[in-house]
Design a protein around this ligand. Structure first.
Ligand code: DAT
Ligand code: MG
Length: 136
């Protein structure tokens, strides 16, 4: 059974020229890119996307960071796509992420961890609608 997940190459990843690296890993894994767009988020969209974190002390910084430059938003499709991309990404804390993962290979700080991937099929459905309302 195919599943969808919403992936972001965050502004730090775009700024550092990691778009090709991330897309290469996605393609080598066999996940299919079914939507993709380079855009800069407004604060309203960023707050909707990260609504679950709105009471956390880092929320303001998170919104500033994610709106701070262009990002690449995409929807991936494949068997267990949510879990498959989270495995490619590594853990939230890049220092605890194994080398070989995107975050383990490319990041040091929790706040600038290169990629986002939906954490469940339910989150994926919610997030794909936020980013691609006309398509999903
Ligand atoms: P993930 O992106 O692995 O799903 P999350 O949903 O818990 O992690 O948090 C969303 C983002 O918020 C995360 O990628 C980076 C930021 N973040 C999480 N915990 C943080 C913390 N303790 N300090 C600063 N930023 C944090
Ligand atoms: Mg999350």
């Amino acid at each position: 059974m195919s599943e969808r997940t919403l992936v972001l190459i965050k502004p730090d990843g775009v700024r550092r020229g990691l778009v090709g690296d991330v897309i290469g890993r996605i393609e080598r894994k066999g996940l299919k890119i079914v939507a993709m767009d380079l855009r800069t988020l407004d604060a309203e969209t960023a707050k909707a996307h990260y609504a679950e974190h709105s009471e956390r002390p880092f929320f303001g910084e998170l919104v500033e960071f994610i709106t701070g430059g262009p990002l690449v938003a995409m929807v991936l499709e494949g068997p267990r796509a949510v879990e498959a991309f989270r495995a490619l990404a590594g853990l939230t804390d890049p220092v605890k992420s194994a080398p070989g993962t995107i975050r383990g290979d490319h990041a040091l700080e929790i706040g600038e961890n290169v990629v986002h991937g939906s954490d469940s099929p339910e989150s994926a459905a919610r997030e794909t609608k936020i980013f691609f309302p006309d398509r999903f």
